[in-house]
Design a protein around this ligand. Structure first.
Ligand SMILES: Nc1nc2c(c(=O)[nH]1)N[C@@H](CN(C=O)c1ccc(C(=O)N[C@@H](CCC(=O)O)C(=O)O)cc1)CN2
Length: 299
């Protein structure tokens, strides 16, 4: 049976380090990290995530400002707000919760954020740094950065000689994840919906990252004995056993089957999800350190 990788515990560890480093910044430079979170509309899952971000930011000793905008807000209004936040020296991190309503061009909005405040790591400057191996000077997207810390707990920092398969090629997870694994010397394959012989490909993985957004798509027999399985999927499905209208979260991996084969596996919930929030705090703190001419803290 696989070791269960406790994302909640590792996230708590990161948050404790961020809180302590935030105290050092306040004492030495009289600076409080400022995080601005923008949410557009009333998507229930986004509301849960944004509330968790604001709550955790406060726990870390940050100033947390939430901008809640109506679903029909204009793109121009959002762009103006980002410009104001870009110019505000008390704000070190700006985050626009995704997804955005269809009438807003998310790409354009993300590129309007100043790269040095882009704590989501989605701006072309940060994407380019990561893609060219400049990991130490980039803001790295929070979910893949958190997943790497979980992988590090199992394999250490150097993944030389290990085959990693990333299933999914999104800009938020799949592509940055592949770049991080490459930067750690893994041999990386990125698979997606058009990939042939996916089960066979997955069976070659020492590290298997599932980020497809399809509930339980990765089956137990796709997992080689001893593989480390990182499940990034968060899928809400009906749970009639819990009562009428209730639901539950499941990953992109069929957990019980995969746990029989894997060496280590992340659960859903309680695996990668909490790491996303923790790494957002780490990125915001890093931004505040850099703005105060201090070296990047390490996590
Ligand atoms: N601007 C961004 N938008 C979105 C991102 C992102 O990184 N930046 N990622 C996702 C959602 N997300 C953060 O925003 C996120 C998802 C899940 C969790 C989490 O802690 N999940 C828990 C379960 C929580 C629940 O009950 O729903 C877990 O897996 O244990 C945190 C953040 C899309 N948008």
């Amino acid at each position: 049976m696989a070791e269960v990788i406790d994302g909640k515990a590792v996230a708590a560890d990161v948050i404790a380090k961020v809180t302590s480093a935030s105290g050092v910044l306040a004492a030495s430079k009289n600076v409080t990290p400022g995080l601005a979170v923008i949410i557009v509309g009333e998507d229930p899952a986004s509301q849960v995530y944004v509330a968790a971000k604001s709550r955790t930011a406060k726990e870390c000793g940050f100033n947390s400002l939430q901008h809640t905008l109506p679903a029909d807000v204009s793109e121009a209004y959002l762009m103006d707000l980002i410009e104001v936040l870009n110019l505000d020296p008390a704000i070190h991190g700006i985050l626009v919760q995704l997804p955005l309503p269809g009438h807003i061009d998310a790409g354009k909005v993300i590129q309007a954020i100043a790269p040095e405040k882009d704590v989501d790591g989605f701006h072309f400057v940060n994407v380019g740094k990561l893609g060219t191996g400049e990991v130490d000077t980039a803001f790295v997207p929070c979910t893949p950065a958190g997943s790497m810390l979980l992988i590090e707990r199992v394999h250490g920092k150097d993944l030389s000689g290990l085959n990693a398969v990333v299933v999914g090629r999104s800009n938020i997870v799949g592509k940055p994840m592949a770049n991080l694994l490459l930067a750690a010397n893994a041999t990386v394959t990125v698979a997606h919906s058009r990939t042939k012989n996916l089960p066979e490909l997955c069976r070659g993985a020492d590290i298997l990252v599932a980020a497809v957004g399809r509930p339980e798509m990765i089956r137990g027999e796709w997992v080689k004995r001893g593989t480390t399985v990182i499940d990034v999927g968060i899928n809400r499905v009906a749970a009639p056993e819990k009562g009428n209208g209730k639901n539950r979260l499941i990953g992109d991996v069929a957990y019980a089957e995969a746990a029989d084969h894997a060496g280590a596996i992340t659960p859903v919930p309680g695996g990668v999800g909490p790491m996303t929030i923790a790494l957002l705090m780490a990125n915001t703190l890093t931004s505040a350190y850099l703005a105060s001419s201090l070296p990047r803290p390490q996590f």
